[in-house]
Design a protein around this ligand. Structure first.
Ligand code: IPM
Ligand code: MG
Length: 357
């Protein structure tokens, strides 16, 4: 198969983790006889430095012409420490999501038996946790307007907006996923306070009878945050608005042992995008300490979701599991003083595993 992808490393640790995911992608294509063609593009702070625009038109064109986008992370301390910066790296990510129409972000949270002891939660709590958070990605507070400051600078405002159509398409997708899984859907909202949440609840309530096999559960976001650490295995598919999903998936990721493990797929109208859920961790850039597994697992999702290549995805997962079982892990997973491996060494071990298969 021809596999034509756009590779967007971004900022901070982005280039290092993407380099490993790309090597893994090459190894898999090699093994299965696929013809990989890739081009790299700029997004985030590096794009601002080069062009003034965090998501240049050229990058957008590249994404539109590709079958999938493999993306690292954006963000840079120069901007984090400067609240008055007019152009920000994160705007590039948001523009990319919006222009590619990536309204659904699928964030699977799974536990790895070899890491159970490394979770901050007790093994009996975390064991068996396996759920999919479906985060709405192009609406809500992130995109609602007006947003800004009053003239005197003393008042700031963001607006949370959802249209029925936006809620319907994501809720429908969530039900479809629930049907393919354990048939339980948790709709997370704050309907006791927010008008947008009441629209979500209304729409989900309308879809529920069309999926009688699915058990629908409504949960307030504060309660969901608590339930995630108390009883993570009670979730199957969770659907929620943009900001709640951002927050809950960071929480979900550490339950499994490290933020460096959670991949994601963003799907929607145009080219799908695959990215780790963690950020650019600028403090670690260039130090060869970042965990490449979330990005490597995002490449696995890419094979599965963008190309329907499930054996390829499965081989990557197998290699990742094997690396963890052998304790070939970056420092985030080696709190107990065992040998620590670098980003590049973990990647190389996985490539080697795939080559030898
Ligand atoms: C994520 C990130 C982004 C988000 C940031 C970098 C804008 O935290 O993908 O979860 O908030 O969506
Ligand atoms: Mg986030």
């Amino acid at each position: 198969m021809d596999i034509k992808i756009a590779v967007l490393p971004g900022d901070g640790i982005g280039p290092e983790i993407i380099a490993q995911a790309l090597e893994v992608t090459k190894a898999v294509c090699n093994k299965f006889g696929h013809n990989l063609e890739y081009k790299t593009g700029l997004v985030g702070a590096c794009a601002i430095d080069a062009t003034g625009n965090p998501y240049p038109d050229e990058t957008h064109e590249l994404c539109m012409q590709s079958d999938a986008v493999l993306f690292g992370a954006v963000g840079d301390l120069r901007f984090d420490n400067n609240p008055s910066a007019k152009v920000r790296p994160e705007q590039g990510l948001l523009a990319m999501r919006k222009k590619l129409g990536l309204y659904a972000n699928l964030r699977p949270v799974t536990t790895f038996e070899s890491l159970i002891e490394k979770s901050p939660l007790r093994p009996d709590i975390v064991r068996g946790a396996d759920f999919m958070c479906i985060r709405e990605l192009t609406g809500g507070l992130y995109f609602g307007r007006p947003q800004g400051r009053s003239e005197d600078g003393n008042t700031a405002y963001d607006t949370c907006v959802y249209t029925r159509e936006e809620v319907e398409r994501i809720v429908k997708l969530a039900y479809e996923y629930a049907m393919k899984r354990r048939k339980k859907l948790t709709v997370v909202d704050k309907a006791n306070v927010l008008a947008t949440s009441r629209l979500w609840r209304e729409v989900a309530g309308e879809f529920a009878p069309q999926y009688p096999e699915v058990e629908t559960e409504f949960m307030f976001v504060d309660n969901a945050a608590m339930r995630l650490i108390q009883w993570p295995s009670s979730f199957d598919v969770m659907v929620t608005e943009n900001m709640f999903g951002d927050i809950l998936t960071d929480e979900g990721s550490v339950i499994t042992g490290s933020m460096g493990l959670l991949p994601s797929a963003s799907i929607g109208v145009h080219t799908s995008l695959f990215e780790p859920i963690h950020g650019s961790w600028p403090q670690a850039a260039g130090k060869n300490i970042a965990n490449p597994l979330a990005t490597i697992l995002s490449a696995a999702m890419m094979f599965e979701y963008a190309f329907g290549l499930f054996d390829e995805g499965a081989l990557i997962r197998e290699a990742v599991n094997a690396s963890m079982a052998e304790n070939i892990c970056t420092p985030d997973l080696q709190a107990d003083g065992s040998d620590k491996y670098g980003t590049a060494e973990v990647g190389a071990w996985i490539v080697d595993y795939i080559n030898k298969k």
